[in-house]
Design a protein around this ligand. Structure first.
Ligand code: ZN
Length: 89
């Protein structure tokens, strides 16, 4: 059985399986990818797939802090779009 890779949510600090989380990756050239699309080698931030964590992470600029860089509006919007597919539970 493959080992489950756990990642910590940047908002609630819970450790969860990587596959169940939302992931924002940024590389040295300041390119961004969401959930590995497109695949990118670089620093990643993870957040739970729930409204509370993603909303708070966006509001408190946690992605900017953990990735240590500004994040383009288009990327923030794309992350927000992810919320639409998430129930509020
Ligand atoms: Zn969380």
């Amino acid at each position: 059985m493959p080992r489950t890779i756990l990642r910590q949510c940047i908002h609630c600090r819970q450790q969860l399986p990587r596959e169940s989380m939302l992931c924002l990756t940024s590389n040295r050239d300041h390119h961004f990818s969401i959930n590995g699309n497109p695949p990118l080698q670089g620093r990643s931030s993870y957040v739970c797939r729930n409204k509370a964590c993603l909303t708070e992470a966006l509001r408190a600029k946690k992605f900017q802090r953990t990735l240590k860089r500004a994040i383009p509006d288009a990327i923030l919007e794309a992350l927000n779009d992810q919320l639409k597919g998430i129930s509020s539970l």
